[in-house]
Design a protein around this ligand. Structure first.
Ligand code: XMP
Length: 510
C-alpha cells in the first residue's frame, strides 16, 4: 500500500495534515520525529514525507530534528512551516529569527509556475503563522514563492525532491492548500488515489485481532457515535472477548436505550450488558437543583455503576475507549476555565484495574468516524446521531429531575425531532432538542384555565460546538412543533423558541 509519512515535530495541525492526505485517497500515518531513523523510514517504503510545523525555532538547542540523512533517502519531502525551516537549516540555508515581526493570519502569496504550484494562481491567499523565516534558500534550492514579509515562502530542489513551504496548506484558510498537497502527492510523489476508509477499517480490525488475542476487553458503550463505532470495530477484532457495558441512566431520549440494546445485542450479536440504573440515578438526584451538582452526581454515579459491573467480570486486560482526535486536542488544552464539568468515560481508568488502554479511533476526526461506522454497517440513525450530553436529559430539565419531568421532556423532544424530520429541511440544524424549563404559566384549554409547564425548543448550527448560532427554523416548522407539543404532551401549555447563540449562551441550558 502506498503511504505518506507525516513526521511530527509538534505542530498543532499534524492530524489535519494526515487527514488532508487521506481525503485525497492516499494513506498517511503520523510518527513522532524521534521514533524514526533513516533505515526505518527506508524499510517502510514511504512514497513521500511531510515534515510538520512545530513551535520551536531551529536555533533552539532543544528543537526537534531528524537525521540529516533523511534528506538523502531519495524520498520526496515537503516541509511545512517549522518543517520547511528545518529542511532549510539541515540543507545549509539560512533561517532568521524575526522576533518582533511575526507573520500571522491570512496573507497574500505570490507563486511561480513551478509544478508544486500547478493550477494555483500567481496570487492567492495563504495562512501564515511564524516568527522565524527562511532568509536564504540552501544550495540546490530555488525560491518559488514569497509574501510581503517573507522572502522565501516556498523553496524547491527538484533534483533531490525536497520542498518547503512557510505557509500552512492544510488549513482551509489557504485557498489553494489542497491543490498544493495534490501537486505534491500526485505530481511529485507519483501516488495514486487508491486508498479508502474501508481499507483503514480493515487494517484496524486486523491490527486489533492480533493485539487483543486472548485478552478480555471492556468498553463503556453510550450509544453515541464514537463509542458505537469503537464497539463494532473491536467486536470484529475480539468477538466475544469484548464486553460492552451500557449504563442506562434513564435520562436518554425516548426509546434510545432500547435502540442501543436492539442494535448491538440483537442485530450485531455483541456481548452487551445493559444496566437499567434509572431509579438509582433519580434517587441520587432527588432534591438537587444546581446544574453543576447534577452533572457531578451523574458523572460519579455513572463511574460507580460501571465499576460494579466491571468487578463482576473479573480481571480486565484491556479498557477500550471511543476517544477521537478532537477529544485528544481538547483534553490537551489544560487549564482553561471549567464552564461545565463534562461527563464522559475519562474517569474510568482511575477506578478499574486493567493492563492497557486501547483507543482505536484516536487518530480520526468525527466525519471519518462516521464513515467507518457506515462501513461497519452501523444504522444511519446512530451514525448521524446528534451529540448528546453525558448527563443526558438532566441538563435539559431545569431544577430538580423527577421521573415525571423526564417523561414529559422525552415526549416533547420526540415530537420536535419528528417534526424536524418530516420538514425535510435543506439544512438540518447540527443539534436540536427540547428543554423543560422550570416555569409554569397560565393557559386556557377548552374553557378551562391551565397552569402548565413551558417547553423551550433549541436548534443550533455550528462547525465545532465551541461557538454556535441559533437556527432560523421556518415559522411553519415551529408552529407545527408548538401545536403538536401542547396538544400531545400532557401538562405542557406553552412552547418558546430559544434565539440565543453561543457565546454568550451555551448550547445546553445547564
Ligand atoms: P455546551 O452546552 O457546552 O455544549 O455549549 C457544547 C456541546 O457539548 C455537548 N455537551 C456535552 N457532551 N458531555 C458530553 O459528552 C457533557 O457533559 C456535555 N455537556 C454538553 C452539548 O450537547 C453540545 O453538543
Amino acid at each position: 500500500m502506498e503511504k505518506i509519512l507525516v513526521m511530527d515535530f509538534g505542530g498543532q495541525y499534524n492530524q489535519l495534515i494526515a487527514r488532508r492526505v487521506r481525503e485525497q485517497h492516499v494513506y498517511a500515518e503520523i510518527k513522532p520525529y524521534d521514533h524514526l531513523t533513516p533505515d526505518l523510514i527506508r524499510a517502510e517504503g514511504y512514497r513521500g514525507i511531510i515534515f510538520t510545523g512545530g513551535p520551536n525555532s531551529v536555533y533552539d538547542p532543544a528543537s526537534p530534528r531528524c537525521d540529516k540523512a533523511v534528506l538523502e533517502l531519495g524520498i520526496p519531502i515537503l516541509g511545512i512551516c517549522y518543517g520547511a525551516q528545518l529542511l532549510a537549516h539541515l540543507a545549509g540555508g539560512t533561517v532568521t529569527s524575526a522576533e518582533h515581526s511575526s507573520e500571522y493570519g491570512k496573507t497574500t502569496l505570490y507563486v511561480s509556475r513551478h509544478p508544486l504550484f500547478k493550477d494555483i494562481p500567481a496570487e492567492s491567499i495563504c495562512w501564515m503563522s511564524h516568527t522565524d523565516y527562511i532568509s536564504l534558500a540552501p544550495p540546490g534550492f530555488t525560491t518559488e514563492a514569497h509574501t510581503q514579509k517573507c522572502p522565501c515562502a516556498a523553496m524547491c530542489d527538484d533534483a533531490r525532491g525536497l520542498y518547503g513551504v512557510q505557509f500552512h496548506p492544510e488549513v482551509t484558510h489557504t485557498a489553494y492548500g489542497t491543490q498544493l498537497l495534490r501537486n505534491f502527492l500526485f505530481g511529485i510523489c507519483a501516488c495514486s488515489p487508491e486508498w479508502h476508509m474501508d481499507d483503514y477499517a480493515a487494517q484496524l480490525i486486523s491490527k486489533y485481532k492480533q493485539e487483543l488475542q486472548g485478552k478480555k476487553v471492556l468498553l463503556a458503550l453510550s450509544g453515541g457515535v464514537d463509542s458505537s463505532v469503537a464497539a463494532l470495530l473491536l467486536h470484529k477484532a475480539a468477538g466475544q472477548d469484548l464486553t460492552c457495558v451500557f449504563v442506562d441512566h434513564g435520562l436518554l431520549r425516548k426509546g434510545e436505550g432500547d435502540l442501543v440494546e436492539q442494535t448491538f445485542k440483537r442485530d450485531f450479536g455483541l456481548n452487551l450488558i445493559r444496566v437499567n440504573a434509572g431509579e438509582r440515578f433519580l434517587r441520587k438526584l432527588s432534591g438537587v437543583t444546581a446544574p453543576e451538582t447534577k452533572r457531578k452526581i451523574i458523572g460519579e454515579e455513572f463511574i460507580r455503576v460501571f465499576e460494579e459491573e466491571a468487578k463482576k467480570l473479573g480481571h480486565i486486560h484491556v479498557l477500550a475507549q471511543g476517544t477521537i482526535y478532537p477529544d485528544v486536542i481538547e483534553s490537551g488544552k489544560g487549564d482553561s476555565a471549567v464552564i461545565k464539568s463534562h461527563h464522559n468515560v475519562g474517569g474510568l481508568p482511575d477506578v478499574i484495574a486493567f493492563d492497557e488502554i486501547v483507543e482505536p479511533l484516536r487518530d480520526l476526526f468525527k466525519d471519518e468516524v462516521r464513515t467507518v461506522g457506515t462501513i461497519l454497517g452501523l444504522p444511519e440513525e446512530l451514525v448521524w446521531r446528534q451529540p448528546f450530553p453525558g448527563p443526558g436529559l438532566a441538563v435539559r430539565i431545569l431544577g430538580e429531575v423527577t421521573e415525571e419531568k423526564v417523561r414529559t421532556l422525552q415526549d416533547a423532544d420526540a415530537v420536535f425531532r419528528e417534526v424536524i424530520a418530516e420538514a425535510k429541511l435543506s439544512k438540518v440544524p447540527d443539534q436540536y432538542f427540547a428543554v423543560l424549563t422550570d416555569s409554569r404559566s397560565v393557559g386556557v384549554m377548552g374553557d378551562a384555565r391551565t397552569y402548565g409547564c413551558t417547553v423551550a425548543l433549541r436548534a443550533v448550527s455550528t462547525d465545532d460546538f465551541m461557538t454556535a448560532e441559533w437556527s432560523r427554523l421556518p415559522y411553519e416548522v415551529l408552529e407545527k412543533a408548538s401545536g403538536r407539543i401542547t396538544n400531545e404532551v400532557a401538562d405542557v401549555s406553552r412552547v418558546v423558541y430559544d434565539i440565543s447563540s453561543k457565546p454568550p449562551a451555551t448550547v445546553e441550558w445547564e
